[in-house]
Design a protein around this ligand. Sequence first.
Ligand SMILES: Cc1ncc(COP(=O)(O)O)c(C=O)c1O
Length: 447
Amino acid sequence: MEGPMTDTLAIRGGKPVREKPFPSWPCFGDREEKRLLDALRSGVWGKMQGTEVKQFERTFAAYHEAKHALGVVNGTVALRIALIAAGIEAGDEVIVPPYTFMATASAVVEANATPVFADIDLETSNIDPACIEAAVTPRTKALIVVHLGGLPCDMDAIMDLAARHNLVVIEDACHAHGAEYQGRRVGAIGHLGCFSFQSSKNVTSGEGGIIVTNDDRLAEACWSLHNCGRVPEGKWYEHHILGGNYRMGELQGALLNAQWERFEEQAGRRERNGRHLAEHLGAIPGIHPQKRTADCTRHGYHLFALRMDPAVFGTSREVFLEALQAEGIPAAAGYPIPLYREPLFTNRAFGPYTGCLSERPDLDFSRVRCPQCETLSTVQGVWVHQPNLLAEQEDMDDIVAALRKIYECRDQLAGPLAEKSSSGDGRIGRGPVHTQRRASAVSREKT
Ligand SMILES: Cc1ncc(COP(=O)(O)O)c(C=O)c1O
């Protein structure tokens, strides 16, 4: 076996562990073409008259053992509709995690309510039920939990505390298609669940979203909100509440019906590769894969999330990432700051949505502190995105080998790095990551 110190890191001019690209995303082929062309040629492109979105809604509801699924324009709107359907209004507080995409919290502002940030558990990246409990006030009406990267949150504890405090639970399952908690598919465990089909997601139609629920009353409210305030038995020009046109279109529905046929195979592959990575990466000092809880019977693996310990590597996460990318492994820092530090919140730039400010003029997001999230966001978090998990097991072994090499050669991380590439993409070096990013532009795949 090669002695560890004979290696040279790729950022120091050594041979990269990997020069092949990983799979590109999205995957599509003849079935998408046929389904889209059939929908196009039908001339029925709107949801209300069409069959594609309705079929996808039925499929998605059945898959989640949910009574209802409602196709909408995107995941952000799904969250906002869910909040308004749940009766959230000005003055109400909604507890959210700070380690998530902006929409989880901005949807609360757009529902005219106040987001209250509760810290995460550093090991799982998911909201910590103890922090939720500590954040509850008499104004709290709901909480949004995010299954980060596809790892289910601690839903038993969350549903229990929600019942005790009479709170509505909305699952932000935008990362968690097909993820299971104790054998139950996430999204249909809380009162409402929201999914995204935006272009990076594990099931995609470019843009799109869906709301699932088992509650007839909530389903009807969501339907009205996404359909201009109409009621199911009402006339076309009869509007009962303030809604909007948030309906998913038929071409997206057609694409989703075709993509869905690929989903189980892809989800199984991600699960196998994610488990393999977690097992082998866990043996490398200073690398901590997201902790998989016993309740997680299937991980959604939108992300393979891990933490790197700067003390062990003797360098920052940013230098570590440059080293990893130079070895041919695409990886990113994830959400780089807690949401409450975004200018939207520090400047309270809420536009016309003044509900939270008129009720809480003292609200100062610059005073919020969620230490676990701050560590993960700004110091330790590393993500490998889902398309990479669609490769073969031997490709996962390249990821393991690259991280092991960086650990073993960690003394080479010290000292200045080469000049930034003139390509202007803000990354150092000209390693295979650039080639790979070009190579992974959209291409046809048959998975
Ligand atoms: C956790 C999370 N919530 C909400 C959203 C919003 O979904 P969309 O982009 O479809 O509006 C996303 C995705 O972008 C997300 O990752």
